[in-house]
Write a protein that binds this ligand. Sequence first.
Ligand SMILES: *Cc1c(COP(=O)(O)O)cnc(C)c1O
Length: 414
Amino acid sequence: MRPLQELESAFLQYAKSKACIHELNETQRTYNGRPSPLYFAKNLSKHLTDKAKGKQAFDVYLKLENLNHTGAHKMNNALGQALLAKYMGKKKVVAETGAGQHGLATAAACAKLGLECCVFMGETDIRRQYPNVFSMKLMGARVIAVKEGNKTLKDAVNAALKYWIEHVSDTHYILGSALGPSPYPQIVQYFQAVIGKELRMQLRELRSSEKTDKKQDLGVPDAIVACVGGGSNALGIFTEFLDERTALFAAEAGGEGIKSGKHATRLRGKGKTGISQGYKSYFLQNKDGQLSDTYSISAGLDYAGISPILAQHHDSKRIHFRSVTDVQALKAYQLLSQLEGIIPALETSHALSLATRMTEKAQLELLPTPKKNRAHCIVINISGRGEKDLFITAAQLDADNWNQFLSKELSRER
Ligand SMILES: *Cc1c(COP(=O)(O)O)cnc(C)c1O
């Protein structure tokens, strides 16, 4: 409890300090490329409007978090917490990672700020995610293989927490999503909330030529769609709009379908209340309360727990959860690539697939009623870019050429 209480009071001080927030904003701007662009996706809008067969028009905007440094929204939090670590006078940072995206962002932030970095990663994940492991080491991080459990993300979280409480005097633990023991969910939500704040300003400007009555804030969309692993990119874009009329949709990983048992759908699946890894939320678990093995084509959504903040908004019906399968996500991955020339991460593809279902009654009836002849304004959070998924997507969509390429590379003389 003591390290968590110290962290909480340091964080509250940090967030109140004008100098700290100025440094945070400047670092986000110069190093991370913020603000990320908001892009009007004209072709995707037409696709959705055509799909609705003239009954309803859609304007679709994309918040391009894929353009963050290291390729995903993860950097917003890693950079913020690395600055917080420095503020607390810590010299070392520890982090957990599953697919390696959070480890990558943390390793980069630590290299930049001169912090020693140690990343815990399951042995199974190390074997599956060579490119990210290589890059973390290149940037000076120590990658430690976790050999407990089934050697994936949940085991890495346990190992990182354990290491942290043993080295708390000089070490800060940078947790990667809006979960874990308090104050972590709130800290991660705070650093990611920049996404929604920027969105409101940018949308206001992009829609400024639309005619409207004076009372309507054009910066408030009718719907926002995001994917949910732990919940940090979803909370990052939703938080600004929780008190607005915006319908909020979250896509969980449906894997091979809920009936198959191979999925990571906590809220629309069979997740039950539990307490694990320092927080109370919905977890996929067996009848003895042990965390279940989950499955998704996208590593970032493949986890048994979910942010307790999101679980609460699920229970109060403020945020609507839906499940998206691997097959549906892969289709959306190709759709955005072809329509807009933007290759989304497989995680993000789940949100995109759900956005294309906005024409269906189950979603449509949750949107605010549009004024006569007006399009529904929909925003999708493009949480990350798809290049990292080449090993999975090429193997699925172009297997013969991909296998030929790999075997040629292997047989090449060095
Ligand atoms: C890690 C990751 C996610 C899932 O994590 P959240 O905490 O739910 O945001 C989603 N998209 C991308 C690109 C990721 O790297």
